[in-house]
Design a protein around this ligand. Structure first.
Ligand SMILES: *Cc1c(COP(=O)(O)O)cnc(C)c1O
Length: 233
């Protein structure tokens, strides 16, 4: 199937699902995960109305960002998302191009993002990545570290914490992801109460990929990160 057909059926699927659970599909942001995807295919997605592009490596993203900026696509209001692990030495480049960094997994990284954003007079939107499954191979804060890190990071003037992100362990069965997505939603509830954040709806939950986005939406995802379901042939 083409990118166009894939996006059509993805949207259709989200629409039907949202009807079932009485949710407004407009409240779900679909990120196109474009790692290792050629510019030509990314342009096809943008032509279908995708405005959110997600990459997991800074260098690849920077390259694409500048290639696309000088095209017709670049003129549209594309938002760039960093969803992969971010090393301190890449932060300087990252803050130049990303609208939202999903992968803040330590106070040190938050401080570095704050510092580099201050250099360029930017307030950088970020999500805090939580390792809800506790898998050793995954990045992210432990759930029990979350409140303390947010408490400290809140004081940093050049970052704006917009919500939480997680990845469920790999599985063929999307239902296996449900407990982890539920945990992230409960952590959101906890921090909203703890920090008295006014508008609940505005707190982002970035969770769910091609395999398990339906379960994620059911558990309260506001952003789903979709790669293969959009770009598979
Ligand atoms: C690759 C990736 C995705 C998308 O995965 P698909 O299974 O291709 O949809 C989502 N989130 C992160 C962090 C990724 O690295």
């Amino acid at each position: 199937m083409s990118v166009k057909e894939n996006i059509f059926s993805l949207r259709q699927d989200i629409k039907v699902l949202c009807q079932k659970i009485s949710k407004n599909p407009a409240e779900i942001t679909v990120l196109a995960v474009t790692k290792r995807v050629d510019i030509e295919l990314i342009k096809e997605a943008i032509a279908e109305g995708i405005v959110d592009i997600a990459e997991n490596k800074v260098q690849e993203a920077v390259k694409k960002y500048f290639l696309m900026r000088n095209t017709e696509c670049g003129m549209r209001n594309i938002k760039w998302h960093m969803i992969g692990h971010l090393q301190s030495n890449k932060v300087k480049d990252a803050v130049k191009i990303f609208d939202l960094i999903h992968s803040v997994d330590s106070l040190r990284l938050a401080e570095e993002i704050n510092k580099q954003s201050e250099e360029i007079n930017k307030i950088q939107d970020v999500l805090i990545e939580v390792n809800v499954s506790g898998e050793k191979t995954k990045f992210g804060l432990k759930p029990e570290e979350l409140i303390d890190v947010i408490n400290k990071a809140k004081g940093l003037k050049n970052i704006n914490i917009k919500g939480l992100m997680t990845m469920a362990p790999f599985s063929d069965n999307p239902e296996k992801s449900r407990p982890y997505f539920k945990m992230l939603r409960e952590l959101k509830e906890k921090i909203v109460i703890k920090f008295g954040i006014g508008n609940w709806e505005l707190v982002i939950l970035s969770m769910g990929m091609s395999q398990d986005y339906q379960v994620a939406i059911g558990e309260g995802a506001t952003m789903v990160r979709i790669g293969s379901a959009i770009f598979k042939k």
